[in-house]
Design a protein around this ligand. Structure first.
Ligand code: HPA
Length: 234
């Protein structure tokens, strides 16, 4: 497919090799305005803002994924396959289902289970295990250690529902899954199919077992730590 694509109006070369992906378009704008220098708006189709700028002299892009696997599926596919993007780092929030996690902790999704049908498109006679890029994961871990951040590495669940009729927490929790979000499995599958790299970093915004939640100021502070970490990896 030629660029621009149906969902991205950027020109060839507008994106840096590494794109940070928050879910929220306004967050992408906030990151560009507060963390990057010389940031240029490269996409605004459907208000999904994408920017390319510099962090400590290194060229990096940030664009929103929207919510859910279908949405991140579209944007990550177009970035990997049509815009030559090599690395996508999702920066999001997740609900914890592991008793040792606290709100504000970081979770690096080493693998992403899912209740979505997204993977069925590949026609596999079995189950595909969507996993993070080891290289990006290793960098995330070493950077988090240097920064003295609280983090866990492990399996996460990319759920198709935020408001599910049943609480999926308990059964996944038994299998050691740490937290629930809504995008990583689609991102990891697209990276695998394209031969590219992806990582999902989440801040725990709420705890589904204890009911603990971040207030807005805590959200902002923990977001700042996650941003510094993601930009350092990029
Ligand atoms: N479910 C799905 N995504 C989330 C949650 C959740 O409980 N919390 C933050 N993102």
């Amino acid at each position: 497919m030629a660029i621009p694509t149906p969902h991205i109006s950027a020109k060839k070369g507008d994106f840096a090799p590494t794109v940070l992906m928050p879910g929220d378009p306004l967050r992408a704008k906030y990151i560009a305005e507060n963390y990057l220098t010389d940031a240029v708006l490269v996409n605004n189709v459907r208000g999904v803002q994408g920017y390319t700028g510099y962090y400590k002299g290194k060229r990096v892009s940030v664009m929103a994924s929207g919510m859910g696997i279908p949405s991140i599926g579209i944007y990550s596919y177009e970035l990997f396959n049509f815009y030559g993007v090599e690395n996508i780092i999702r920066i999001g929030s997740a609900g914890a289902i592991n008793p040792d996690l606290k709100v504000r902790d970081l979770v690096f999704g080493q693998g992403a289970c899912t209740n979505s049908n997204y993977i069925n498109q590949f026609g596999i006679q079995g189950t595909f295990a969507p996993i993070a890029s080891y290289q990006l994961l290793e960098k995330a871990v070493s950077t988090a250690k240097e920064m003295g951040l609280r983090y866990k590495v492990g399996n996460i669940l990319s759920s198709d529902t935020f408001y599910g009729d049943t609480q999926p927490g308990t059964v996944w929790s038994k299998l050691g899954v740490l937290a629930i979000e809504m995008e990583a499995a689609g991102l990891y599958a697209n990276a695998a199919r394209a031969g590219k790299n992806a990582l999902c970093i989440c801040t725990i915004s709420d705890h589904l077992l204890t009911g603990e939640e971040l207030d807005s100021e805590q959200r902002q502070n923990s977001f700042h730590q996650m941003m510094e970490l993601a930009l350092t990896i990029a």
